[in-house]
Design a protein. Structure first.
Length: 375
């Protein structure tokens, strides 16, 4: 079951309907039940449901309306998390085409609407949707919400597959790894990966120009691009849209090369210019404002992995820079290694030098392998 827009031929209004696919051949879309008129979709009928959100994203980008909170829409997700949600389009005005025709922007699927093919589809089917409307989306309902004020130390990273291991390493999508310590230098109360998180911050910090933003939803593709940018030394900043005020997030090809003209995922306009070429991401703002120590040190530790390789299980990563790091101590830069013997972890640390098969491992080579396995 999913939600689809449908034109009411009698009134001319656009409505939201529950719909489902009837198996074929040929497969046929069946409209089951009207939910509400399009303009009423944000009406909340259930206070308990209104407390929840769902964070949604595509593998190569993050949506303009990344957090879905409407009770009607929350009901379309089959599980707590998945990769196949079919979400309704959410259109906002995005100016006009060069021929003077009105142009709309779908914040959900990141696609403009208004070309001849779009109008022809609406006329034929009575349904208003963008060309990407059947694309399956990743989602997490009621994601882990992290409030930095509740902990003395918080660290957030992009979790990537290991670069080297004693067993085959499966390719997987990036995740969000979180460390939280209630006391400075104390034991970690949280140390795990999440598919995505919602990060709350003190509203008095005024991190972004839009008053609507009180938290930042951190998704794997955004974290992946940010860590790549940090590692490559790209010029990154965060610029707010001159039209709607939302922070720009460059993804995919837009994140490869710093540029001055920026395209807004929230309103579909490209009229915002930065004073210098940058890659724009809201994570840069979080990174800059919540880094209590920007120093990076190389630890005075070395490991000869060959002494364990034949008898133990092991995994090796290149250390990655944190997205958020509120600890007062510096981050360690090097090669992180886990070694296990008979189910017990006997090595779990970051080293400046690691020997494997008689050769010193190169951190940059390991990092490249991690990116390839997480792409």
């Amino acid at each position: 079951m999913f939600v689809e827009r449908k034109k009411n031929e009698t009134t001319g209004t656009i409505e939201l309907w529950q719909a489902q696919w009837k198996p074929g051949p040929p497969a046929k879309k069946i409209f089951v039940k009207k939910i509400c008129d399009d303009g009423d979709v944000q009406v909340v009928h259930n206070d308990a449901m209104a407390e929840k959100i769902a964070v949604c994203w595509a593998d190569d980008r993050t949506m303009g309306n990344i957090a879905v909170s409407s009770p009607e829409l929350l009901g379309i997700f089959k599980d707590k998390q998945g990769t196949d949600a079919i979400l309704p389009c959410e259109f906002v005005a995005a100016g006009k085409f060069r021929n003077g025709q009105m142009r709309l922007w779908c914040r959900t699927h990141q696609k403009h609407w208004g070309i001849k093919a779009d109008h022809a589809s609406l006329e034929k089917t009575g349904e208003m949707h963008c060309a990407n409307h059947v694309q399956g989306m990743n989602y997490v309902v009621d994601p882990f919400t992290l409030d930095a004020s509740e902990f003395q130390e918080v660290g957030i990273w992009c979790s990537l597959p290991a670069a080297l291991a004693s067993e085959p390493i499966p390719t997987r999508k990036p995740r969000i790894h979180v460390h939280c310590r209630p006391q400075k230098g104390g034991m970690k109360s949280i140390d795990m990966d999440f598919p995505a998180i919602s990060f709350r911050y003190d509203s008095k910090m005024h991190l972004f120009s839009s008053a609507e933003i009180s938290q930042v939803n951190i998704t794997p593709p955004a974290a992946y691009e940010f860590v790549k940018g940090l590692e490559d030394g790209k010029v990154m900043d965060c610029i707010n849209c001159s039209t709607c005020g939302f922070p720009h997030l460059d993804m995919g090809s837009f994140a490869e090369t710093p540029h001055r003209k920026h395209f807004c995922a929230a309103c579909g306009r490209d009229s915002t210019w930065s004073s210098e070429p940058i890659v724009s991401t809201p994570l840069k703002t979080l990174h800059d404002e919540l880094m209590n120590n920007t120093e990076a040190i190389i630890p005075d530790r070395e490991l000869d992995l060959d002494q364990y390789a034949d008898t133990c299980r092991f995994r090796v990563w290149a250390s990655t820079p944190a997205i958020v790091w509120t600890a007062a101590r510096p981050q360690e830069v090097g090669i992180h290694v886990h070694v296990e013997r008979d189910g017990e972890r006997i090595e779990d640390n970051t080293f400046s030098k690691v020997i494997f098969k008689g050769k010193e491992l190169d951190r940059r080579d390991l990092f490249r392998l991690m990116l390839e396995r997480g792409a």
